[in-house]
Design a protein around this ligand. Structure first.
Ligand code: WTA
Length: 653
């Protein structure tokens, strides 16, 4: 068996940054070479120097990286720091009147907060948390729309050393409950609702449902009034945000915590079992968040930075809440859907707020590309100087459209590869210093030691041979553990090659110039619209339905979403005629939406009498993937218990 993977995609176009861009860039080719050399000479010292120059410490650290307990690594452990102090307080003297947040609600309401206002609101809310009994180390779940108060809530937690766990507002009551229970959260911060796609997202209603079904650890719920539609408040448990902050002092001394103190948990999908609570640190996490803003986004004093991600994802943590604010930058936050009221909304936001850096996901680019050039062409996009993408490989066609129609061929595109677990960008162009290629995330950043290895863990040096993407040296913003399941942490990320490398779970190849090209996940994780979903989670949701006996879920390539969800379902009762039952399909899709959230709804569903299994009872997923793609079956199917189900699975019977 071959130890590497063959690649079929070849893309040879290269794009050099415009001279105009390079001239003003923070990092040019020369500076980049210096950074790379410094990192190569002294990996830990490189990060240590940056930690000293880029962050403000209450007590300086003397330790750099401690590997004595590998694969658990600590960074700057004896240093004391506060993340909220670094994001707000230290800017007040010079940037107190600078705009920190420009917020636009879906209905069009605009609100701006200066750094001074952000300070006041964060302190007041931090005091409100304390008044509700929240202490250092307590877990607080945040289930909010994309409004400034979501950032304020995160910053307030950081300020008092509480550990936040943001749950994406699109997740269902069921998912919310699971995450609250896994984290053992004491408090939930939510809103009555949020605006999305012209409708109200019923956050408080979902909260009530989650808490009615479990979550005994929750003592109180703070509710921000955003939509002002009728909701019920439970006396003794629920308190309005505006009541909670009433009379609270507008200063709050930051809690100085060890650099290793957990800043947050963020739940993400894995291939097996329930979502895992990825635990991040304070100092190390903030360092990579802060420096990648400078290296990758070339952040300047005058920039208006718009990252379209929700705070419920890691991108919204690192490039909405923490990285930009650590750099005293101005961010744009937008509450609603990308195509509301029409597909021109993002471009209108860019025009109206004079956005200079725009960062989004390939799935959004493809969806907007499909609606034609008239939308972007009817807005003034001349303020934009840099574009970025994240979440999945971007197909060269979408890259070229982004480059031409949005960037007007003058803006570099940074295709940033990273993960919830890595905390910040890992592989990415440095826009003023490197040529880019459509579809490649180019090279590892300085201080990041990435490699592609074969199934034995040996480096693959031949160009265009694919293998497993690994990181060879620890870096400050790396995942520390999985909350409550350290064994899973060790097994998932380090087990495959005997603790030698951090294993990303992605396949990749390098071209003749050493550029990285991500080829997809190695496990059963789907990447739907840039969001990771475990096939297991969707399967568990399906079999939780009383009508379903068994289910298998696979991905199939989808032009818009990256991957679409294909579910094979075995019912407890009779299989419907021809394997198709639209009413039941609709019912099960809605069921999954209720269990997990609308993003997890299967796109296709086929009913069969059985699933294809090996003799040992393992579902033959590869076969199901082939069928989902509509490809011909070439693999050996003779070991199947019941070969006739193949026709059913293929929709032929
Ligand atoms: C995928 C999102 C190709 C990859 C920050 C990774 C990408 C997973 C890229 C992490 C990219 C992310 N090119 N693939 N530029 N960025 N991915 O945790 O499979 O939601 O492992 O973090 O998304 O997804 P996560």
């Amino acid at each position: 068996m071959s130890k590497t993977i063959d690649s079929t995609l070849q893309e040879d176009r290269t794009f050099n940054p415009a001279i105009e861009f390079t001239k003003n860039a923070r990092i040019n080719a020369e500076k980049l070479a210096e950074l790379r050399q410094a990192a190569a000479q002294d990996h830990e010292g490189f990060w240590g120097n940056l930690a000293k120059s880029e962050l403000s410490w209450h007590k300086p650290f003397s330790k750099l990286c401690d590997s004595s307990n590998a694969p658990h690594y600590t960074w700057f452990e004896d240093g004391e720091i506060n993340v909220s102090y670094n994001c707000i307080d230290r800017h007040l003297e010079t940037h107190g009147n600078k705009t920190a947040i420009i917020f636009e609600g879906e209905p069009g309401d605009v609100k701006k907060l200066t750094y001074q206002q952000l300070y006041t609101e964060t302190c007041q809310f931090a005091n409100a948390l304390k008044a509700q009994g929240i202490q250092k180390g307590d877990r607080v779940v945040i289930y909010m729309p994309m409004i400034p108060e979501a950032v304020i809530a995160m910053q307030a937690c950081a300020r008092i050393g509480a550990i936040h766990s943001v749950v994406f507002g699109g997740f269902s009551a069921e998912s919310l409950k699971d995450r609250i229970e896994d984290a053992g959260a004491k408090m939930l911060i939510t809103a009555d609702g949020g605006n999305r796609g012209g409708k109200i997202v019923e956050l408080k209603k979902a909260t009530d449902k989650a808490l009615a079904e479990g979550c005994p650890s929750i003592n109180s719920v703070i509710v921000y009034q955003r939509t002002a539609h009728p909701i019920t408040m439970q006396p003794g448990r629920d308190i309005w945000w505006h009541d909670a902050i009433e009379g609270q002092a507008t200063d709050c001394t930051p809690a100085w915590v060890s650099s290793e103190h957990p800043l947050f948990l963020l739940y993400t999908s894995g291939s097996t079992g329930k979502p895992k609570g990825v635990q991040h640190s304070s100092g190390g996490y903030l360092l990579n968040a802060a420096v990648t803003m400078q290296w990758v986004f070339d952040i300047h004093e005058s920039d208006i930075f718009f990252c379209t991600a929700d705070v419920g994802w890691i991108t919204g943590h690192t490039y909405v809440t923490y990285g930009p604010l650590a750099n005293a930058a101005t961010i744009v936050m937008y509450e609603g859907g990308p195509v509301f009221p029409d597909a021109g909304r993002f471009w209108k936001l860019c025009q109206d707020h004079q956005i200079t850096i725009f960062y989004t996901a390939p799935t959004a680019i493809r969806a907007l590309m499909k609606t034609g050039d008239d939308f972007p062409n009817s807005y003034d996009l001349s303020s934009i100087r840099l574009l970025g993408t994240v979440g999945e490989p971007i197909n060269p066609e979408a890259w070229m459209w982004y480059h031409r129609t949005i960037g007007k061929e003058k803006c570099p595109i940074v295709d940033t590869w990273w993960q919830t677990e890595t905390g910040a960008h890992m592989l990415s162009p440095i826009p003023g210093a490197m040529a880019t290629k459509p579809g490649s995330c180019t090279l590892a950043l300085p201080g990041i030691d990435a490699e592609i290895v074969d199934t034995s863990g040996d480096p693959i040096t031949a160009p265009n041979k694919g293998g497993s993407l690994v990181i060879k040296k620890p870096w400050p913003s790396m995942i520390r553990t999985i909350w409550g399941d350290d064994a899973r942490y060790q097994k998932t990320y380090w087990g495959e090659f005997d603790n030698r490398y951090y294993v990303a779970g992605d396949n990749a190849r390098r071209d003749k110039d050493g550029y990285f090209w991500i080829m997809g996940r190695t496990d059963d994780v789907l990447n739907v619209s840039g969001h990771r979903l475990g096939t297991m989670e969707i399967e568990s949701a399906l079999v939780a339905n009383p009508k379903v006996a068994e289910a298998a879920v696979v991905g199939r390539p989808d032009e818009l979403k990256g991957e679409a969800i294909f579910a094979y379902v075995v019912l407890k009762g009779q299989r419907p005629e021809g394997g198709i039952d639209e009413t039941l399909t609709l019912e099960l899709r809605n069921w999954v939406a209720e269990q997990i959230g609308p993003i997890a709804k299967p796109d296709d569903m086929r009913f069969a009498d059985n699933l294809p299994k090996t003799r040992s009872g393992k579902i033959m997923r590869r076969l199901l993937r082939t069928i989902a793609k509509g490809e011909e079956i070439t693999s050996d199917t003779s070991t199947l218990e019941n070969e006739s189900i193949l026709d059913q699975l293929q929709g032929k019977a």
